[in-house]
Write a protein that binds this ligand. Structure first.
Ligand SMILES: [Zn+2]
Length: 451
């Protein structure tokens, strides 16, 4: 009895002291930088990432929980508008810094010293913001000059040179595509009638897609796994975040009890539930991957709702839908599609609030015919190419600030070559030469490189 009581007390005790917390926040700043110091109970194992529209810096501290209310110091004259915090899940304290604009940031932890406890130091640097403002101003000026009716070619060239010159202020970065081959390790995913394992097929397709992305100027790929290893669904999201992903594309191969089911499907996250019963069954199965890895997934939906919903999920849902549609139309060119529309379901891997995320079921591995095709290099290559077309089209239509995809123009109804030349401020002859055109005829849907 005493032993029982003792272990009960220990249990209670460990439940109480289990999580550490933030003791307080201190802020200092000058004209171009601000420093936030979080005084902590213990050293912090933490992750950071930024979100846009509105700009935020998110700090996730593992094994921390905030019981005492934090006093937020004055944030006047810093780009931080407010500091919020909440339990992200049972083990993680999430701190969100709402920012007036984008900042560069650095973080470091410091051990106890001179009466100070463990600290997490966040330095915000906003000199970049000033550089961007001057770039914007120069652009506007250049645009205004271009709009003057009596512009000489010389003036135009000067204005363009100005844009190019100021553009150098900011280093251009590559667009990062996180490619997520489903399953892996002890989780084989769906298995075809001939024994083909989903985890092997999707890894091979993902690697092909990664190569295509890397060949694309202005883009690079990040694979959440590049070998046969188990990764939890949350880890996949975290890795994508940590590697600065601008898009998340999870690759799978469907299975269905009806062996005649065939074709590709593309899914986006749904908060309200699945668009069809089949979509629900599929989401349950893909989500169960975490259980296969020995990690209980639990229902984090309520906890997620509190913080994640706040992180402008709706904005990226729209973006996800657009990505999904461009990918689906790419896949339509390869072969059958299972459903003509993008479907939605509550996939855990798609629960990334700020990165447009889609899940592609490339084909039905349960269909003997599709299983056979999925094993061939040529079909895998076609699927990867179709996804690449979708990704490229999306970023052509939605250019990311700070990145540089070579300019292309997709010809739409009513376009003429001279209009396009005028719009991009290049000569018709230059467009014709980089696109190997003999005449001036263009057709709707043509993709023209812009010199
Ligand atoms: Zn799967």
């Amino acid at each position: 009895m005493r032993r029982l009581l003792l272990s009960f007390c220990l249990l209670l005790f460990s439940a109480v002291v289990w999580a550490d917390s933030v003791q307080g926040i201190r802020v200092s700043h000058d004209d171009t930088s601000a420093r936030l110091v979080f005084d902590l109970d213990a050293s912090a194992d933490y992750n950071t990432f930024t979100l846009e529209n509105p700009d935020r810096l998110v700090i996730d501290i593992k094994d921390f929980r905030q019981r005492e209310k934090l006093i937020i110091p004055s944030l006047i004259n810093t780009p931080v508008q407010s500091v919020r915090y909440a339990a992200y899940d049972r083990e993680t304290l999430r701190i969100v810094l709402d920012l007036a604009h984008e900042v560069r940031y650095e973080t470091q932890t410091l051990g106890p010293n001179k009466g100070y406890p463990h600290r997490l130091v966040v330095d915000l640097d906003y000199t970049a913001k000033q550089a961007r403002q001057s770039l914007m101003a120069a652009r506007q000026e250049a645009e205004q000059e271009q709009q003057q009716p009596v512009d000489s070619a010389e003036q135009q060239a000067e204005a363009r040179a100005k844009i190019i010159k100021t553009s150098k202020v900011l280093p251009r970065r590559d667009i990062v595509i996180a490619i997520d081959p489903g399953h892996g390790g002890q989780d084989p995913g769906a298995i075809g009638p001939k024994g083909t394992r989903e985890k092997d097929i999707v890894l091979s397709i993902a690697k092909r897609l990664a190569r295509l992305v890397d060949q694309e100027p202005g883009m690079r790929s990040y694979l959440t796994r590049d070998n046969d290893v188990f990764i939890s669904l949350r880890q996949r999201i975290r890795r994508a975040h940590e590697n600065g992903a601008d898009m998340f594309i999870s690759i799978h191969a469907d299975a269905f009890h009806n062996h005649r089911a065939r074709g590709s499907s593309v899914y986006v996250l749904s908060q309200r539930g699945a668009s069809s019963e089949a979509a629900q069954i599929l989401a349950d199965r893909e989500n169960a991957a975490d259980l296969a890895g020995g990690i209980s997934l639990e229902d984090k939906d309520d906890l997620l709702a509190s913080v994640l919903l706040d992180l402008s999920q709706t904005a990226s849902l729209e973006a996800s839908l657009e990505v999904a549609n461009t990918v689906l139309s790419g896949l339509k060119r390869v072969g059958h599609v299972h459903k003509k529309q993008v479907e939605s379901a509550a996939f855990v891997v798609l629960k990334s609030p700020d990165i447009p995320s889609v899940l592609v079921e490339t084909a039905f591995i349960s269909n003997p015919d599709e299983e056979r095709r999925l094993r061939t290099a040529s079909h895998q290559a076609k699927l990867a190419q179709a996804m690449m077309v979708g990704i490229r089209n999306y970023f052509q239509r939605n250019p990311l600030p700070g990145t540089s995809l070579p300019q292309q123009h997709i010809v739409s109804a009513g376009d003429t070559l001279s209009m396009i030349a005028q719009r991009y401020q290049v000569s018709m002859a230059d467009i014709r030469s980089v696109n190997d055109m003999s005449g001036t005829t263009i057709q709707i849907g043509d993709v023209l490189k812009i010199p």
